[in-house]
Design a protein around this ligand. Sequence first.
Ligand code: ADP
Length: 458
Amino acid sequence: MSLRFKNRIALFNTAAAAITTLLVFIVLYLVVYYSAYRHLDSDLRMEQEEVFAGIHWKGDSLILELLPERLEKEHSQAEVSPVFLQVVDSKGQLVFRSANLQDDHLLFADSLTSEIFINVDFAGNKIRQGQFPIINDTGKLLGHLVVGISREESVIILSNLLLTLCLAFPLMLLVFYLATSWAASHGIAPVHKLIDATGMISDNNISTRIPLPSRRDEIHQLATTINELLDRIEKSLTREKQITADISHELRTPITSIRGTLEVLIRKAREPKQYEEKIEHVIGEVDSMTTIIDQLLQLSRLDAGNLTMSKTDIKLKELLLIIKERWSLRLNEKNIVLQIDIPEGVTVHADHGFLLIILENLVSNAIKYSQPSQPIDCFWNAGESMFMIRDHGIGIPQDQIPYLFDRFYRTDSSRSSQVQGNGLGLAIAKNLAGLLQITIGVSSQTGTGTTFSLQFPS
Ligand code: ADP
């Protein structure tokens, strides 16, 4: 059975109230019970004192002649609340009984040497009975006095109390359940509002936000958290849309170029040299599309988190020399010297393949965005375990630095320049660096140059 939330709250509260109330009722009943019987017991003791004043002994024999006549009289009359008296000797023989006992006698235990109080039913009466040992000066047990008084009144009070408590208990729980259920439904009304407001939000109106309640309570906190979640969803949806648009744009440009080139090519017969040139151009465009697709695949693998890495100690200078060799053609074309000012012994602990991609992106960017004939410097800051690469290129405006690592982001100047690129390299580098716990930093000045840094974990 699935209960509604407000009913569950009401049920839990009622269960807790039931346990508490039950305990209170039990304690209440016991207090009344014991005080009623303590009261009767003190009456019995008063009777005992009065009777004991009239009991004497000679040696081991009891002398009862001195029992006050008043007592005799009192106990012989039929009373509403009679007091029954009985004296037995040490052998259990009846020595005296009040006239109201007629031929009957009260129960007694002859082996007891201390007083006891018990409840008994006697001749249709509910009585409280006390048994008191009669002991002489030498400490010898001479007999017992048994006194009985009616406990009808206490029984009636106690049974009325029990009945009242038994009736009040379920009634009270019912009222409590209804009241808590009503209070709970009022209490969770803001949650229902929240559910309704959240239910209204879809992909089409994702920019809508839940109105915040005026009171700064948990509901306010929940609404704020949902709004923050919506912010993130909206951003990620916008980013997804932007990425899709960027991908189509990035792919459409080379495709349009290929189509245009091929259309021009088939319009009329051409010289073999011209065919060669155009086909080379088409191959270049296909290469650029392949690069984009490869990089997108790399990013999606990174997003899915299913890349495995194995870290080893890598000699940084050796790795940079390999990259330098790979880019030697471009370096020569632009007449750039790549200076690697890193001591031989510098090793970093990282995945070889991942680090190669990161460094290659930084080196290729430095070459792409450098002015011709300007050197590029690679150096190592041992104190901070930091690798740095500095170029003297076009630089990056300060306000655009925060977006550099976003997918497909290119600065305005690099977009307008002839430099080929798609804005994916740094996004990949940043993701891989994150996996290797490397922090990428950048500082730049437009027209002066840019320095990228990689801080390795120590
Ligand atoms: P791209 O393929 O466009 O180079 P990246 O992700 O590698 O893509 O770089 C993103 C953008 O950051 C580049 O388009 C460029 O605007 C800027 N950028 C990166 N490196 C440099 C640099 N060394 N100098 C100037 N701008 C740079």
